[in-house]
Design a protein around this ligand. Structure first.
Ligand code: ATP
Ligand code: MG
Length: 440
């Protein structure tokens, strides 16, 4: 259904997103703004019907906004608000609406102030281009940059112009648009409540099978369930239209699912967050020994603030000489079993905790490819090992994917193995090994 501008409007409000920029079309920049807006606006109850991506050209921008106004009551435009001559969004929209431009004195003052605060003196004349806004529009101060957002009403519809810089765009949506939506579309928003369950170490199909009975349960009929496989694990997205009983249905299903998939569940957002909590709860420290992941695990562990309390360090043991010389892996064992093997993985984990003075150790040794695979150890063959005061375990994986993906999956698998051991807690038998033929 195509709506006339200012014509009949449906019971539910909807939006169109227009992303402006040559770099988005050439692929130099990936359009993350539209993806983010799609999610946030859907959750706020004003779903995006359509997206357009257009060049930094007046007719392209004006054409896309014109088309958007015919389809939806909210048009969100990102990009092209900056000071350079290729930033034409305001000019294009003002031209389309037949509105003259005015210079906004508050923005002028803000630009001057930002320059002064950084010791840069008087701003170049071109910067004041950003203070040109359509007559009658609302100017939205940009807390993170100089280009303000611009909000224009047009025959019962609204156009929101936002900077292209993702952090600036998000800040204005959160501070201005989301709080304003209920007043703009009274009774016409259909907000959605969402929840994400994160899992790792279980394939999508096995997960779906386990969750099928509760998804089919009549009590949760209103909840939509999406399986989103990633290299770090499968996310389960739950969503339900906001309303009476929505919160209850959502948390009911979430809890039922969580009970069913407890061994693979992690709270996240990064698995490292759960590892950190488990270590701290047990009063343990962790050291890492990484071969094919080259520090990915250590990078993620140290990405968490406060990690020095439980992570003394990691060793990138890429060459066999480092595995032997620094981690104390017996060269005879490397010779006999190969660097990618269960005994080497175990010895690396032991060596890491000994060398670095931690109670727990994890290790990764594998073939990330594209070269280096053999008949018995093809690309994707990875041993991960973990050791805690209560036990040790190693797991063989055969990961699909390219080098980057294999490395990412390996790091996640090692962290997951350690977390599993920590969750089991208590003393267990001697080190055991699991072989996962095809693990994804
Ligand atoms: P500026 O004042 O910085 O010039 P602007 O509103 O003119 O802001 P652009 O020039 O279009 O924005 O883009 C600024 C930066 O934001 C660029 O690095 C660009 O790659 C990035 N960017 C623009 N649009 C998007 C988008 N849709 N998704 C992700 N990044 C984007
Ligand atoms: Mg720009």
């Amino acid at each position: 259904v195509t709506l006339e501008v200012g014509g009949a409007i449906g019971p539910r409000a909807s939006a169109v997103v227009v992303a402006v920029g040559d770099e988005l079309l050439s692929g130099r920049t990936v359009d993350t703004n539209s993806a983010w807006l799609g999610r946030v606006l859907a959750e706020a109850g004003i779903p995006v019907l359509r997206r357009a991506t257009v060049a930094d050209e007046l007719p392209e921008i004006a054409g896309a906004v014109d088309d958007a106004l015919a389809r939806a009551e909210l048009v969100v435009v990102t990009g092209g608000l900056g000071p350079t001559p290729d930033d034409r969004t305001v000019e294009a929209v003002a031209g389309l609406l037949g509105t003259p431009l005015r210079e906004d004195p508050v923005t002028i003052a803000r630009i001057r102030e930002r320059y002064r605060a950084r010791g840069l003196g008087e701003p170049p004349r071109s910067n004041f281009r950003q203070a040109l806004v359509p007559e009658g529009s609302e100017v939205l101060p940009n807390p993170r940059g100089t280009a303000p957002g611009v909000f224009v009403a047009h025959r019962g519809r609204w156009i929101l112009l936002l900077p292209g810089v993702p952090a600036e765009m998000r800040a204005l949506v959160e501070s201005f648009l989301l709080p304003r939506l209920p007043a703009l579309f009274p009774g016409r928003l259909a907000p959605i409540r969402t929840r994400t369950l994160r899992t790792t170490g279980i394939p999508e199909s096995a997960l779906a099978e386990r969750l099928a009975p509760m998804i089919a349960h009549p009590a949760f009929a209103e909840v939509r369930v999406a399986f989103l496989p990633r290299a770090t694990g499968v996310e389960v997205g739950l969503s339900i239209p906001e309303g009476e009983g929505a919160a209850g249905a959502l948390s009911g299903l979430e809890e039922a699912m969580r009970r069913e998939i407890e061994p693979w569940f992690f709270a996240g957002p990064d698995l490292v967050d759960d590892v950190a909590e488990a270590l701290q709860a047990a009063g343990l420290r962790l050291a890492a020994a990484e071969s094919c992941t080259g520090g990915l695990v250590s990078g993620r562990l140290t990405g968490r603030p406060g990690s020095s309390a439980w992570f003394p360090g990691g060793i990138v043991a890429y060459a066999n000489e480092v595995k032997a010389g620094i981690l104390g892996v017996d060269p005879g064992v490397i010779e006999a079993f190969g660097a990618v093997s269960e005994p080497v993985a175990h010895a690396m984990a032991e060596g890491a905790r000994t060398a670095l003075g931690a109670e727990c150790g994890i290790a990764i040794t594998g073939v990330a490819g594209p070269g280096g695979g053999t008949e018995t150890k093809p690309v994707g063959t990875v041993w991960v090992a973990a050791v805690t005061p209560h036990g040790a375990r190693a797991v063989l994986h055969r990961f699909p994917g390219d080098r980057a993906e294999i490395r990412e999956r390996s790091a996640q698998a090692a962290l997951y193995l350690l977390l599993s051991l920590l969750r089991e807690g208590g003393p267990s038998g001697p080190g055991s090994a699991t072989r996962n033929g095809v693990e994804s």
